[in-house]
Design a binder for this molecule. Structure first.
Ligand SMILES: Cc1cc2nc3c(=O)[nH]c(=O)nc-3n(C[C@H](O)[C@H](O)[C@H](O)COP(=O)(O)O)c2cc1C
Length: 313
């Protein structure tokens, strides 16, 4: 699995919080300050470096880290982020940081916070001088948006996932489909606003779709309002060397067309009359599979990473 290193420096905690959240979403990962850095971390695959902006500059610890480690960072995928009140300034400084380490895979200026009451005396003084100089209003400000940070984390995850050495598509699709066909129970997760629901349910996989029979239930209260679903199919955990499980992203629909309903019942090897004679309606959920993230230790034996991603059109 590709690993992510987040190197940050922070005075009042905002940049630290961002580093922690990025490392959570991009795990396996580690977030640390330049003082905690060890050479062994050079083996990490994606490196993210973040600094707050103070009086128009990134913190010296981060500038020094980039200069001291420029050589190996030039050969890495590096993303840079800044935390500041003035985002335009953040982007300018990210440009300067980038010149030290070569082209970054991503640069993002994120909003910071300013709480005058917590600043030490030096920073209060600096801020007064700086605010006069550039017309910065001297007041509490909060531009930190958790949603924005997590969206950025997901963007970086896409970049990181694209770095995974991939199995030839035909081979990957074969492995994915034989895993799906050799299992028959999944966890279907549906959601709408605050409501989330995971349902263990039997499925049949056929030509990039999952078909599920259901008498009804709470999941439909989500599905009818939000057709985006996540489905997990997996084996019980035994050891870290024997992992097998997939997360499927897809779009669900209720099958309403009579011909299609009958075809699916036949494809599942069920008897239509028996289904019709049940004392309640039997519904079919059809899930169009869009993407499968497959964590499968067997891929290691073929010389690839254990996590592979298959996108369907
Ligand atoms: C002394 C001082 C100077 C600052 N200078 C700038 C600045 O030049 N540009 C800016 O956009 N934000 C500036 N800020 C706002 C910080 O970037 C913001 O407070 C940030 O969230 C700090 O991150 P941290 O909590 O990780 O240290 C300044 C804040 C202080 C206290």
């Amino acid at each position: 699995m590709l690993r992510t290193l987040v190197v940050y420096q922070s005075k009042y905690g905002t940049t630290q919080k961002v580093a922690e959240y990025l490392s959570l979403v991009l795990g396996p990962g580690r977030y640390l300050t330049p003082a905690e850095f060890k050479d062994e971390y050079q083996d990490f695959d994606l490196v993210i470096v973040g600094s707050p902006i103070y009086s128009g500059q990134p913190l010296p610890e981060i500038s020094k880290f980039l200069e001291d480690h420029a050589e190996w960072l030039k050969g890495k995928k590096v993303a840079l982020f800044s935390i500041s009140i003035d985002l335009k300034e953040g982007y300018e400084k990210l440009g300067d940081m980038e010149t030290v380490i070569g082209e970054a895979v991503s640069k993002r200026a994120l909003g910071g916070t300013l709480k005058l009451g917590v600043l030490d005396e030096d920073d209060q003084q600096d801020l007064k001088v700086f605010s006069k100089m550039v017309g910065f209003p001297l007041q509490d400000m909060d531009l930190f948006k958790l949603e924005e940070v997590l969206e950025y984390a997901l963007e970086l995850k896409k970049i990181r996932d694209d770095m995974i050495p991939t199995l030839p598509r035909v081979e990957l699709k074969d492995a994915v489909e034989s895993f799906l066909k050799s299992h028959n129970t999944c966890t279907l997760s549906t959601s709408y606003q605050e409501r989330v629901r995971s349902t263990p349910i039997e499925y049949t996989y056929h030509q990039e779709h999952l078909y599920l029979l259901s008498e009804g239930g709470e999941k439909f209260a989500n599905l009818l309002l939000n057709n985006q679903v996540s489905v997990a199919v997996y084996e019980d955990y035994t050891t870290m060397n024997n992992l097998a499980g997939m997360q499927i992203t897809g779009e669900a629909a209720l099958v309403e067309d009579e011909d299609e309903y009958q075809d699916i019942i036949a494809m599942k090897g069920l008897n239509l009359d028996m289904i019709r004679n049940l004392p309640f309606n039997m519904n079919i959920i059809k899930i169009k599979v869009n993407r499968i993230e497959f964590l499968y230790s067997e891929f290691i034996k073929k010389g690839f990473g254990p996590k592979q991603i298959l996108n369907f059109d």
